[in-house]
Every structure is written in structure tokens, then in C-alpha cells.
Write a protein that binds this ligand. Structure first.
Ligand code: ATP
Length: 431
């Protein structure tokens, strides 16, 4: 498996991920996604949205605002309970999460203070006056935007249970110990589904979503042996949860959470009904009763998913005595689908034909044209960023109007006529 230093360096060199504010020395575990990283992330979000929202009848989407009434976070329990136990080192003054250290400071072996609770929500002020009445929070999860819109969505869409509301968006947590590259940051993106079900059917739906989400990661290329489930013990469960199971990935720094599936019961709807005074129940036409639906929540981080896809795709092999590094990314996730490369960059007719081919393919998929190195280097660059197909234009192409298409993983080459290239690539990329 690739080590983190190698991956971080590839990400920077090739334009996947840069350190935030790097010219100022970086900023507290914040990261910027470069030209390839932003495509990878968009692709992850797109396949999630396609699979969960667009290809299903029972789930609709939502895009709620990040800033919400502070009462939301009182009702949800976050103001009171969204805390981590924190300890300070009396000598070097560093801070740690109490559950991640032993009795002494891991940096200098100094004595640690007693643990105290630290709320990890970011606080800010809305408007010009910085007083208690204007406090607002940056949302620590996207889920609450869904719960407070439950009635709006249900009455606008006339959905019957079971149905889900899905949302993708930024969340913020003032993590005490961010780290491991993009794994734990203070600003991150979540993809969350709140699936509302009849009470009594929640345990079955929990199992359904656990299986569904696990197979989703496998479908997009994560190897089975690098995924496992970890059940939360009773002492670890969040205040709203009846059962939680994490999908963990075998990261280079150890097994860690990729996505959590929680049975949030009817906790959130109940609490919002209580705090807002609004009726948050659902009318069950079959029984004629008003009920609070139960909620199953698969909640994943896009940054963690991107990291896992990169780690899992990274592969090194030896080809004719030389090291070849490649990202075996799923076609749907690869940032660039097709690279068009002229074999000789000093032959204007070849360059012109290659550019023409790139232009014709561009409306159909993300294409990169590159003529800044020899063909061997150009192939290596594309392998390293996971481009599934390279199209090479050579001298013969000028006469026979055919090009060489090289597949990333097998390095097999075929030579289709240019007239059939687009159809062939569309076909291959869809498989
Ligand atoms: P952890 O135990 O790692 O702190 P969590 O259990 O607090 O995570 P959840 O509240 O279940 O996380 O959030 C759902 C998902 O959001 C996580 O599975 C993860 O993918 C993502 N996520 C949570 N916190 C962060 C973070 N600080 N940086 C990046 N992604 C995060």
C-alpha cells in the first residue's frame, strides 16, 4: 500500500490537492483541491447523487443553507453535547483529545490537565453586533438542514414513507487534533442521506442501508479487503443514536471511518417539534395515525472518500525495468477520461490533427491535450493521474486517418479510425 508521504507528494505535484494558504506557511489542516482534485471530488459527488437521488424514486435532494437559526443546534443537542474531551499539556501547552492520549503528553511526556469538555462547533456572529443575541454556528453536519425541512419537502413532494432526503455540502468542526492529510480537517464536505421510515421497520432499513453503502464503495473500485464494518458500543453511541455502524477503510495510517450509518430514531423530529412548537408528524393514511418517522442516516465525508479512492487506486509496477506508477481509478471517478497526445510535437500537421481530435471529443468527456514532453513521459503522466485512455496521433495518422488508443491498466493498444473514435471511447468508458 502507498505511504502517505508518497501520496501527498503525488497530489501536490500533479494538482490534486494543495495545502491551503501555502505561501503563508499553510493554515491549520485546511486543503485546496487543484484542477484534478476538484474533478475527482465532483465525480464522487455526481455518482453519489446519481445513484441515490436521480436513479431512485424514493429519494429527493435538498441544498439547505450553512447558517441556520441557532435554535436548531439547541434542539438537536449540539450546543450541549457536541463536545470532545480535551486535555492540555502543562509543559508544552499542546492540546489533545483525551481519548487519543494516555496519562502523559505524547510530545514531551509532560503532565496533562484534567479533561474538560470542548464544543467543536464554530461560533460566529450574524450582523454588525457581536453579542449573545447574534450568535450563529457553522453547521457541524448537513443533517439538520434536512430535519428542519422535513415538512416542506414532504408536503411539496407528497412522498409516502419510506422516503429519503439527500444533501451534499460543507460542514465545519473545530477539531482538536486535525491531521492525516485530508482525513480530519476543520472544513469538509459531507454527503448525507436521511431516510425516513415507519417505526418498527427501522432495523431492517438499517441493514439495507449498511449493505447498500458498503457495496457502493466496492462498485467504484475500493477493494473488498480494505473495507470493514465497526459497530459502535453502547458507551460510544451519539446522543441521538440507537445503533451506529462505521464503514472503515484501511488507510495507510490504520483502519479509520469512511462513513457512519446511524439509526437516529425519531429523536431529531421530536426535538424540533418540541423546540419550534410545530407539528413535525407524518400522517399515516393506512392507519389514520400521526406518527414520528424513524430515520436511518448514511453519512459520509467526500474528502475521506476521495482519499480512500486515491489510496486504493495507487499502484506501482515494473515495466521493462522501469517503475510505472498508476492510479487505477474507476472510469466514473477519473478526473480526465481521455488524453490526446501528438507523437511528434515539432510536426505542425500532427499537432493540428491532435488538437482537432481533442476539440471534437471535448463536448463528450473531460479531455486533456498535452504536447509538452516525449510520448513516454506523456504516458507516464497520464498513468499517474489515472486517465483511462490515451489517444496518440502519429505520422501514419495523417495518411490512414487512424489513431492509437492505449488503455491505462493493461497498456493494450488498438488502432481505430478517427471517424469511430468517439463512439469507441464512449462505449469503453461506460463499461
Ligand atoms: P470521527 O469519529 O472520525 O471524528 P465522526 O464519527 O465524528 O468521525 P460523523 O459525525 O459520523 O463523523 O460524520 C459523518 C462523516 O463525515 C464521517 O464518516 C466522515 O467521513 C466525515 N467527517 C466527519 N468529521 C470530519 C472531519 N473532521 N474531516 C473530514 N471528514 C469528516
Amino acid at each position: 500500500m502507498v505511504d502517505m508521504d508518497t501520496l501527498v507528494s503525488l497530489c501536490k505535484r500533479r494538482g490534486f490537492i494543495f495545502q491551503s494558504s501555502e505561501i503563508y506557511g499553510g493554515f491549520g489542516s485546511a486543503w485546496d483541491y487543484g484542477p484534478l482534485g476538484v474533478e475527482l471530488k465532483r465525480n464522487i459527488k455526481n455518482v453519489w447523487w446519481r445513484d441515490l437521488v436521480q436513479n431512485r424514486e424514493d429519494i429527493v435532494g435538498l441544498d439547505a443553507s450553512i447558517l441556520m437559526s441557532p435554535r436548531v443546534w439547541i434542539a438537536s443537542g449540539h450546543v450541549e453535547k457536541f463536545t470532545d474531551p480535551l486535555v492540555d499539556c502543562k509543559s508544552c501547552k499542546r492540546r489533545f483529545k483525551a481519548d487519543q492520549v494516555g496519562d502523559r503528553c505524547p510530545e514531551c511526556d509532560g503532565e496533562l490537565t484534567e479533561a474538560r469538555q470542548f464544543n467543536t462547533m464554530f461560533k460566529t456572529f450574524v450582523g454588525p453586533v457581536e453579542d449573545e443575541a447574534s450568535v450563529a454556528y457553522l453547521r457541524p453536519e448537513t443533517a439538520q438542514g434536512i430535519f428542519v425541512n422535513f415538512l416542506n419537502v414532504q408536503s411539496a413532494t407528497r412522498r409516502k414513507l419510506p422516503f429519503g432526503i439527500a444533501q451534499i455540502g460543507k460542514a465545519f468542526r473545530n477539531e482538536i487534533t486535525p491531521g492525516n492529510f485530508t482525513f480530519r480537517t476543520r472544513e469538509f464536505e459531507q454527503m448525507e442521506l436521511e431516510y425516513f421510515v415507519k417505526p418498527g421497520t427501522d432495523e431492517e432499513w438499517f441493514d439495507y442501508w449498511l449493505e447498500e453503502r458498503l457495496s457502493w464503495y466496492k462498485r467504484y473500485g475500493i477493494r473488498e479487503g480494505n473495507l470493514h464494518l465497526r459497530e459502535h458500543g453502547p458507551e460510544e453511541l451519539s446522543h441521538y443514536s440507537k445503533r451506529t455502524c462505521d464503514i472503515e477503510y484501511n488507510f495507510p495510517f490504520g483502519w479509520s471511518e469512511l462513513e457512519g450509518i446511524a439509526n437516529r430514531t425519531d429523536f431529531d423530529l421530536h426535538r424540533h417539534a418540541e423546540f419550534s412548537g410545530k407539528d413535525m408528524t407524518y400522517f399515516d393514511e393506512e392507519t389514520g395515525e400521526r406518527i414520528y418517522p424513524y430515520v436511518i442516516e448514511p453519512s459520509g465525508g467526500i474528502d475521506r472518500a476521495a482519499l480512500a479512492f486515491l489510496v486504493d487506486a495507487h499502484h506501482e509496477e515494473e515495466v521493462r525495468g522501469r517503475k510505472r506508477v498508476l492510479l487505477r481509478l474507476h472510469h466514473d471517478l477519473a478526473p480526465v477520461k481521455v488524453a490526446v497526445l501528438p507523437l511528434l510535437r515539432n510536426r505542425p500537421e500532427i499537432v493540428a490533427l491532435a488538437k482537432e481530435i481533442a476539440r471534437d471529443l471535448r463536448p463528450h468527456f473531460v479531455v486533456m491535450y498535452d504536447d509538452t514532453a516525449s510520448i513516454g513521459r506523456l504516458y507516464r503522466r497520464q498513468d499517474e493521474i489515472g486517465t483511462p485512455y490515451c489517444v496518440t496521433v502519429d505520422v501514419q495518422s495523417l495518411e490512414d486517418r487512424a489513431v492509437t488508443v492505449r488503455e491505462r491498466d493493461s497498456m493494450e493498444q488498438v488502432r481505430p479510425p478517427i471517424a469511430e473514435l468517439k463512439e469507441m471511447l464512449l462505449d469503453k468508458l461506460a463499461s
